[in-house]
Design a protein around this ligand. Structure first.
Ligand code: ADE
Ligand code: ZN
Length: 326
């Protein structure tokens, strides 16, 4: 397949990547060992076998537990560096990375260690690999508004490190409206806003993210197709949707890749792009996601190009930086 070689060589932009979701089983053991922590799994293979999920929550239960091996600034540096070194080989040229501060501060890890390790690695990755990046602070939506506001206060000394705030974790039962106030503060401070919406939750969660939170991008958003008026709005306002195909299969948001609505979304004029979400858990980084949808949906070169260009346009790069990538 000539198109597969093109996909591999194409300079790629990733907009939906949880840095804690790049924690490979080998690294879980490496970090646990050096921090003197014991694990519930005997071996790397046993842990990898547990990467089998019924839904979003069954994934989050494991993801929230395994990130407990990340303790020091050096751990966050190494995690981020390993990710950048890997995707440099996939020709990723720009990446916008989520992190979950509450997954670490709740264990007594200083906010500054998390942000310091990640940002130092991002700077080193720019130097070594030429990969540009942005960092997005995510609030855990299963926690309270008060906890999000407290996290926002802890973020104050580091605001220059963040391009945007985001919202992730258990979607259903935790609507965007719960975070209206903390998002208003973040936007008033000059940050951009994104939110996970329409992954397991219905179209209402996407309306809420747009209207209550003022987001510029929707993460996932695949369930928008259930609401014609919403699709019309997303198309009219050119709202990007950061779709994650392998994630959707592994979390059973769709039955299989062949029934994924990505090509239908493209045909409707939605600004979709391809992303990896939590690649260590879902069986593939950005190239594997592209290759898998190319095959399952029989994408043609024009569709692949549109997906790649949509990501450039939807990024938080400056206009002149986007021009260089196009
Ligand atoms: N945290 C990490 N990956 C996530 C996803 N796909 N949805 C919600 N929260 C997440
Ligand atoms: Zn995600």
């Amino acid at each position: 397949q000539a198109l597969d070689a093109f996909i591999e060589a194409m300079p790629k932009v990733e907009l939906h990547l949880h840095i804690e979701g790049t924690l490979e089983p080998e690294s879980v053991f490496r970090f646990a060992r050096r921090n003197g922590l014991s694990l519930d799994f005997d071996s790397v293979e046993a842990l990898r076998r547990a990467y089998e999920f019924q839904n979003l929550q069954s994934f989050l239960d494991l993801y929230n537990a395994t990130m407990g091996v990340l303790c020091t600034e050096e751990d966050f540096y190494d995690l981020t560096w390993d990710y950048l070194a890997r995707v440099a080989r996939q020709n990723v040229v720009h990446t916008e990375i989520f992190f979950d501060p509450q997954g670490h501060t709740c264990r007594g890890i200083p906010f500054a260690s998390v942000v310091g390790g990640i940002t130092r690695a991002l700077a080193a990755g720019q130097q070594r690999f030429g990969i540009s990046s942005r960092l997005i602070l995510c609030f855990w939506r299963h926690l309270s508004e008060a906890e999000a506001l407290a996290t926002w206060e802890q973020a104050q000394p580091h605001l220059g490190c963040f391009a945007a705030v985001g919202l992730d974790s258990s979607e259903v039962g935790n609507p965007p409206e719960k975070f209206r106030r903390v998002y208003a503060k973040a936007r008033a401070a000059g940050l951009k806003a994104v939110a996970h919406a329409g992954e397991e939750g219905g179209p209402d969660y996407i309306w809420g993210a747009l209207d209550a939170l003022g987001v510029e991008r929707i993460d996932h958003g695949v369930r928008c197709l259930e609401d014609g008026q919403l699709v019309e709005r997303l198309v009219r306002e050119e709202i990007p949707l950061t779709v994650c195909p392998l994630s959707n299969v592994r979390l059973r948001v769709v039955k299989n890749l062949g029934s994924h609505s990505l090509s239908r979304m493209l045909a409707l004029g939605l600004r979709v792009c391809v992303n990896s979400d939590d690649p260590a858990y879902f069986g593939g980084y950005i190239t594997e996601n592209f290759l898998a949808v190319r095959k399952a949906l029989e994408l043609v070169p024009a569709q692949v190009l549109t997906l790649g260009r949509n990501a450039i346009d939807a990024s938080f790069l400056d206009a002149d930086e986007k021009t260089v990538l196009h």
